[in-house]
Every structure is written in C-alpha cells, then in structure tokens.
Design a protein around this ligand. Structure first.
Ligand SMILES: [Zn+2]
Length: 239
C-alpha cells in the first residue's frame, strides 16, 4: 500500500516563469492515453477496485487484415488473446511504459499543468509513452522537452511503479534542469517550478506522480536518493 500524502493545498507561490497556453485547443491525444484503447483504459484507471481491472483491452478488428477478431486461448497458451479468424494473427497485448522525469532546479521541482484529458488542468511531472526505437532515458528527456520546453541532464532512475489495472509501468528519472528557460508545450497549460511547500497535492494528476514526489522529498530530506519501486492499484481520485 502507498504512503498517505501530505495535504498542503492551495499554496501558490510566485512562479519562475510561466507560459500560458490556455487559449490553445487541447491536443487530440493524451500522452498517457493515445490509442484506440483510450476509453477502456480511462475507465479502468478511474476504478478504485483492482478486482475490476481487465486482463485485456478491448479489440474488435484485426489490425493486420481488418477482419473481426475473437477472444480465445490459442493452442499452447494459457490466457485469452484476441485472435483473427481470417489471417490467424494472435494479438498479444502487453503493458506499456510511461516514462518521465523529476526535473530539479535548486530547491524546486518542475511540474506541468495538463492541457489534455484525462486529468485536464491537473499537475503532473513531465511523462509520456515511450516511442519505438528510443531508450527509457531518451524518452524521459524527450517528454520533458515536449511538455515543458525544458532541457535536462538525465540522472539516475528514481521510481518504477507498476500500475497493473491500466496495463502500464511508470518510470521516472531524476533530472537536472540545465536552465530555467521553460515553456508549456502542446500538452501543457503551464509549467512551473515548485518549492516543497508549494506543491499542489490536491491537484496532482496521477497517483504515480504523487508517489514519486513523496519519494523525492523524503530522499532529499535524508540526503540520499535511491531507486524506489512499488505497485499502485488505486484510483486517480486518491492522488
Ligand atoms: Zn487478421
């Protein structure tokens, strides 16, 4: 189970620099939910009951030939898969990696306010789905640049959190901001540097973000940064 969060709400100190794109239309696709399973994933992400988690995302049609698929256990396998009755393709589905950073400048950490659903208007560490052909640290740096306009030096892997009910693994790297020339990207309303007492705990977008921030603050207080792993089974609403 996850540590209780401190609830230091509503404190809004001065920002180092804010780029407000609130007039811009939300991007069509969220980094956390950017494909055809978005609705099913969001629904399960909002469930607080892990027993309702689905072992598979929904699929109706074969992505190879367009024929309808059916769900069954293939020969030699031990769980149901979507299998194409036309071309025989077995559509294996596996967890996806969401990768991001804890960008640090002096005693402050960078957060982005989301310009996209889910969790529009809530604060997050910069993070998103890995792309094919990149490493986890490359993905972390790319997402940080895309969402916050921030250039970072990637440091050590800091948190690895399984989120099985949404079929994801979230990884966050410690990162040193190279400068504070930051600006909201397409998927952010604004970006800001927060001192510890300014962190908007009540408005954090995802449990993995809140948990990673708590790990970070605890490690910083102890003077040593480790690698933290954990499993999260709870809903978005619990921060
Ligand atoms: Zn097919």
């Amino acid at each position: 189970m996850i540590l209780a969060s401190p609830h230091d709400s509503g404190v809004t100190g001065p920002s180092t620099r804010v780029a407000d794109m609130s007039g811009a239309p939300p991007a069509a696709h969220g980094r956390y939910l950017s494909d055809a399973v978005a609705n099913a994933t969001l629904a399960s992400f909002q469930s607080s009951d892990p027993s309702t988690a689905r072992a598979t995302s929904s699929m109706k049609f074969c992505s190879v030939c367009g024929h309808a698929v059916s769900s069954r256990i293939p020969p030699g396998d031990n769980r149901e898969r979507f299998v194409c009755d036309n071309c025989g393709t077995i559509h294996y589905q596996n967890p996806r990696n969401v990768v991001g950073t804890v960008p640090v400048w002096e005693d402050k950490v960078l957060l982005c306010r989301r310009a996209i659903e889910p969790r529009y208007g809530y604060w997050t560490l910069p993070a998103g789905f890995m792309e094919l052909g990149e490493t986890t640290s490359q993905a972390a740096a790319r997402e940080t640049l895309e969402e916050a306009g921030a250039r970072v030096e990637i440091q050590s892997l800091f948190s690895l959190l399984n989120v099985p009910h949404v079929h994801q693994v979230h990884l966050f790297y410690l990162a040193r901001l190279l400068d504070i020339d930051i600006a909201a990207g397409e998927e952010s309303l604004e970006v800001r540097l927060f001192a510890e007492h300014e962190i908007p705990w009540q408005d954090i977008a995802f449990p993995t973000v809140g948990q990673t921030l708590r790990y970070f603050l605890a490690d910083r207080a102890n003077g040593h940064f480790g690698l933290h792993t954990g499993d999260i089974f709870r809903s978005l609403r619990d921060g």
